[in-house]
Design a protein around this ligand. Structure first.
Ligand SMILES: [Fe+2]
Length: 382
């Protein structure tokens, strides 16, 4: 039986090496006459901010820049970005950077266009007034924020991560230029790539999966699976970087049209309570969640089909979960010490994660605790 669904539209996707050079034309395409460019200090150091600013100025488009976007942006960060924008008239936002820069720009758009504080937009569709057009230019291949309509912003008081979404917050155009990821430090390429792979695999089996999201999940998996080994080994080609960017963007569209699952639900408390970087946390939990999910007939069949894709492409002939574990092990991320963690408390936190409600097998505190025990027992191999 075909599951009923309502699909969400994609931004216009522009893919190609050097696509950033056409930024002025895309600003004009969305009706922009002046730009507010949001990025972070790391990206500013690479010279990409100056390059984007130079392109816009040369085309006669005034541009003001905010380069203080921070990891895991908070309500205060969003307000700071808004406050700096107030002195500079503009009618188009350009977000250049990783997921945090894109989230900050999107959050700033909510505040500028609709007022209030970010907690007013927690959920979906709470912005009543029109929002400014935004162009997203990812410099990592990971979050897929460029194809989504949500800003992930932490509450100042409780540090709870709020997903603030609205159809109007979606970028009008996403520029996917694989040249921009050529300078990524290997550690960032690994952590963002593992996140993208987790997005493809979690959205593929979640209970909200449907005819549209499944197309994006599978396409994302194909692009990512063929490139991750070389990218993670620091031996990626320009073509591999392109596949990673497409994989991340398609995985973003898969989430936009469905949901995630237990790996993200169990990873988020590790980040919130122990500061484990998102890509590290989610990839640590993913093989254990997949093993748990494989008892579900639908999820098991999808895993088997993805394993077949690996076999057909000549990538691997081992079962999917084994391949995922191997990829995570290849990254040699620092070991996480579960003995210093209150696993029962983490399990309680995990039950409050919205995304866990869409895991193919139900997850309550007892199941999360069992997953954490497996993930942190040195005698259990993922
Ligand atoms: Fe993620």
């Amino acid at each position: 039986m075909i599951v009923p669904f309502a699909s969400r539209p994609s931004p216009k996707l522009v893919f190609g090496a050097g696509a950033l050079n056409d930024l002025p034309a895309y600003v004009r395409e969305v009706g922009g006459l002046a730009v507010y460019l949001v990025s972070d200090r790391g990206i500013a150091r690479t010279g990409y901010v100056d390059r984007a600013r130079g392109l816009l100025k040369a085309a006669g488009i005034p541009v003001s820049c905010f380069t203080d976007a921070r990891e895991n942006p908070t309500e205060t960060d969003a307000a700071t970005c808004r406050d700096q924008a107030l002195g500079n008239p503009f009618d188009c936002l350009v977000a250049l950077g990783g997921g945090s820069s894109l989230d900050t720009a999107r959050a700033c758009n909510f505040l500028l266009s609709n007022g209030g504080a970010m907690r007013d937009y927690h959920g979906y569709g709470k912005a009543a007034k029109p929002m400014l057009p935004m162009i997203a230019i990812p410099t990592t291949a990971g979050t897929g924020s460029e194809t989504q309509s949500y800003a992930l912003i932490s509450r100042d008081d409780t540090h709870e991560k709020m997903a603030c979404g609205d159809p109007k917050a979606r970028a009008r155009i996403a520029i996917l230029d694989p040249d921009l990821t050529a300078t990524l430090p290997r550690s960032t390429a690994i952590l963002s790539g593992l996140d993208a792979l987790s997005h493809a695999l979690e959205s593929a089996v979640c209970t909200k999966r449907n005819a549209v999201s499944s197309i994006y999940s599978e396409a994302a998996f194909r692009h990512l699976a063929g490139a991750v080994s070389r990218i993670f080994a620091g031996q990626g080609t320009a073509d591999d970087r392109g596949h990673m960017q497409l994989g991340a963007a398609f995985a973003g569209l898969a989430i936009e049209n469905s949901m995630l699952g237990g790996a993200h639900a169990s990873a988020n408390p590790l980040t919130a309570r122990h500061g484990v970087v998102h890509g590290h946390a989610v990839s640590h939990m993913l093989p254990h969640v997949m093993r748990y999910n494989s008892a579900d007939a639908g999820a098991g069949a999808i895993y088997a089909r993805y394993a077949e894709l690996l076999r057909e492409s000549g990538e691997s002939s081992v079962p999917l979960i084994e391949w995922v574990s191997g990829i995570v092990k290849q990254c040699a991320l620092p070991a996480l010490d579960g003995s210093t963690m209150d696993l029962a408390l983490l399990a309680e936190d995990a039950t409050r994660q919205w995304t866990g409600k869409f895991n193919p097998r139900p997850l309550q505190a007892a199941e999360f605790l069992s997953l954490y025990r497996r993930a942190f027992d040195p005698h259990v191999s993922a």
